[in-house]
Design a binder for this molecule. Structure first.
Ligand SMILES: *Cc1c(COP(=O)(O)O)cnc(C)c1O
Length: 378
């Protein structure tokens, strides 16, 4: 089956006893055993639940993995993935990461004895120079958040295989519709399902997708031990979102392309970070490893006043955290997602008071451009 069909029918032969077309919301914490010596498929919802398992099989098929596990948020998915490490293990990570991941790594994982190097992972020789005997994981976000840096997944995977290191990729920004890290050599894929997969800004979710049984067994062991699994109703919501993932992504991709190109013509916008520009650093890599550019654009405007005016005056775009939904949003990374970063570090990266991040939705693109135009110029 092709991707669009898998979004609806990955689990074609797993109908329940009523034959419901939509996977039933199985709102039960526990399951009655059929007999003393009879194996039952489900026993307790921390281990597995029919609604969640159905969603997990769908995500697994979309990413082309061995197994997938659904959690109550993207951060839970990252936390569980980091539990595969032990004290004195070393991680090399993209320096431009989702703010919550940075907070977890710097304030929780480091305190538990894990070492980190945060570097520009688009620079492959630099990665190789940072590899140490205790390097266990390379952790990538590509495109990164919010500076849209692109890392060549296949090249990093080659390094990982050579040095016996696991490759983790957070695939939230492009989704498996566009980019499939496991096919490019990654071992573990992370998602904030809250974003494009769910797609409607109405439920938090996270996923870990594993390439092989050994890793899958470990993640399942930690997940059933720790908890944090996705609840049945939220599993239903995310599965419902996934049915329309390809058509939403197509629209978002087209809208973002037009908006980014329009932003580039504005004299009050100093810089546009958008991976779809032909002359963007890493454009050749994104063409090779992704079928689309996604819906994320960052901009640097001419003044702090203008950044605030845009946030105040937009009417269709909403000033709100998060991304990847049907509604277009604008965030102020300095105040929101990256507020925890030390000022010098943030400024050095270009995340200043003039910097905004845009998540393009599925509205009419002319309306979106008019909304920005009025907020910028009127
Ligand atoms: C939002 C996000 C996360 C965290 O996911 P939550 O569902 O908010 O916990 C992780 N990585 C990326 C790239 C994100 O955008």
């Amino acid at each position: 089956m092709k991707f669009e069909t898998l979004c609806l029918h990955a689990d074609l032969n797993e109908k329940d006893e009523w034959g419901t077309l939509t996977q039933a919301i199985c709102q039960s914490a526990t399951f009655v055993h059929k007999g003393v010596d009879v194996d039952s498929p489900y026993s307790y919802s921390r281990l597995s639940n029919p609604t969640r398992s159905h969603l997990e099989r769908t995500i697994c098929a979309l990413e082309g993995g061995y197994a997938a596990y659904a959690f109550s948020s993207g951060m839970t998915a990252i936390t569980v993935s980091m539990m595969l490490l032990k004290p004195n293990d070393h991680v090399i990570a993209t320096n431009d990461l989702y703010g919550g991941a940075l907070r977890l790594f710097n304030n929780v994982n480091k305190a538990n004895g894990i070492e980190f190097d945060f570097i520009d992972t688009s620079n492959i020789p630099l990665i190789e120079s940072k590899i140490k005997p205790n390097t266990r994981v390379i952790y990538l976000e590509t495109p990164s958040n919010p500076l849209m840096q692109i890392t060549d997944i296949e090249e990093v995977a080659k390094l990982c295989h050579k040095h016996n290191i696991l490759l983790y990729v957070d695939n939230t920004f492009l989704t498996p519709y566009y980019q499939k890290p496991l096919e490019l050599g990654a071992d573990l894929v992370i998602h904030s399902g809250t974003k494009y997969l769910g797609g409607h800004n109405d439920a938090l979710a996270g996923f870990v997708v594993l390439k092989n049984k050994e890793l899958a067994d470990k993640v399942l062991y930690y997940s059933k031990t720790i908890g944090g699994q996705l609840a049945p109703f939220d599993s239903f919501l995310i599965e419902r979102g996934i049915k329309t993932l390809p058509i939403r992504m197509d629209r978002i991709n087209d809208n973002a392309y037009k908006i980014a190109n329009w932003l580039r013509t504005c004299n009050k916008i100093k810089k546009v970070y958008y991976v779809g520009f032909d002359d963007y650093k890493g454009h050749d890599i994104i063409l090779k490893q992704s079928k689309g550019y996604g819906g994320m654009i960052s901009i640097e405007v001419e003044s702090e006043e203008l950044a605030k005016k845009i946030l105040r005056d937009v009417k269709i775009f909403q000033y709100a955290e998060s991304l990847g939904g049907v509604d277009s949003l604008i965030t102020y990374p300095m105040r929101q997602t990256h507020a925890d970063l030390p000022k010098e570090e943030r400024e050095a990266k270009g995340i200043n008071e003039r910097f905004l991040r845009i998540s393009v939705g599925i509205e009419n693109v002319d309306d979106l451009i008019s909304d920005l135009k009025e907020a910028i110029y009127e």
